[in-house]
Design a protein around this ligand. Structure first.
Ligand code: MG
Ligand code: MG
Ligand code: MG
Length: 306
């Protein structure tokens, strides 16, 4: 029985490229694996797969009775809905440990680095398997995406070394240029339905029984949001109602100025203000130097909820 290798809901490039790269590795070591995904590809991920001529993983939402290797998270809220009826055979991740548990032993590769694909590269090295150049290309792009071209505080020397190795294999001379190409695609938000933007990189978290939704849009210039900011705010207010959230936050991240504007709807705005030590004005808050949801947004919020 093959295992399915799948990333989180609302998959990002790390989830998609990681599933492909890990499934390839598993097949090389005689552990049959199929890469799958839990949702649509983002424009950035589509660009990456086209650039390296790789097919998208198949869309598969139900995993009851199957073996599953989880990529890029360990959270129930981000896993397939029927994950409790599946067998988790492994997890490869770079986030805080979540609430997925297993009934059987599993293979666990979790490291505090900038991207799951950096950990997957360590798995290739561990098994002594060489990486095909097109797979090296998509792994490299996933790392550039997750680390915001090395600018994110989540980026480690392991990520930088990994990109150097992968660039040689994929024969990419200018990784910064490739990274900027990706982020320019990410920044093309005009004409996209507002809900699609809010959900593009959105995650739900359980914090002390409260449901918190946090989305993030990373762009090269925040002015792309000037005409649609109020629509985005109206939509996260709607989303909060629909999902019975305590709070919904949308991070508008400027990767050049290196900071994020938070759009916030909350049952208790003072908690959010306390988390970031900053006043919220009309549901908005600018956080200088904040690029990373996992390192600069979630832990601070979690601590005021506990
Ligand atoms: Mg991810
Ligand atoms: Mg990731
Ligand atoms: Mg990210």
């Amino acid at each position: 029985m093959p295992m399915y290798v799948v990333g989180h809901k609302i998959p990002d490039s790390d989830s998609i490229c990681g599933a492909i790269a890990l499934a390839y590795l598993k097949n090389q070591i005689d552990e049959p694996a199929i890469a799958t995904r839990l949702g649509a590809l983002s424009p950035e991920t589509r660009f990456i797969l086209e650039r390296f001529s790789i097919e998208a993983p198949v869309l598969k939402e139900s995993y009851a009775g199957e073996n599953v290797f989880i990529v890029d998270h360990s959270e129930l809220t981000q896993a397939p809905d029927d994950i409790n009826e599946a067998t988790i055979v492994g997890i490869v991740d770079h986030h805080k440990l979540g609430d997925l548990t297993t009934a059987t032993p599993l293979e666990c590769w979790i490291r505090p680095v900038g991207c799951s694909n950096t950990v997957i590269k360590m798995m290739y090295d561990f098994h002594g398997i060489s990486i095909p150049s097109n797979i090296a290309g998509i792994m490299l792009c996933a790392i550039l995406s997750d680390t915001v071209i090395f600018k994110s505080p989540t980026c480690t020397t392991a990520d930088i070394r990994c990109v150097e190795d992968l660039a040689k294999i994929a024969k990419i001379e200018d990784v910064n240029q490739l990274g900027m190409e990706m982020f320019n695609i990410k920044s093309a938000v005009m004409g996209t339905p507002v809900r699609e933007l809010v959900m593009r990189d959105y995650k739900n978290f359980k914090m002390n029984e409260h449901l918190i939704g946090i989305g993030q849009l990373e762009v090269v210039d925040l002015s792309v949001f000037n005409d649609i900011k109020e629509e985005l705010e109206a939509d996260i207010a709607l989303l909060k109602k629909e999902g019975e959230h305590h709070s919904v936050i949308l991070l508008l991240t400027d990767i050049m100025k290196e900071g994020s504007e938070l759009l916030i709807v909350s049952d208790d705005i003072s908690l959010i203000e306390k988390a970031y030590g900053q006043k919220c004005e009309n549901g908005r808050m600018w956080l200088d130097g904040v690029l990373s949801r996992k390192k600069q947004i979630i832990p601070q919020l979690q601590s005021v909820f506990s």
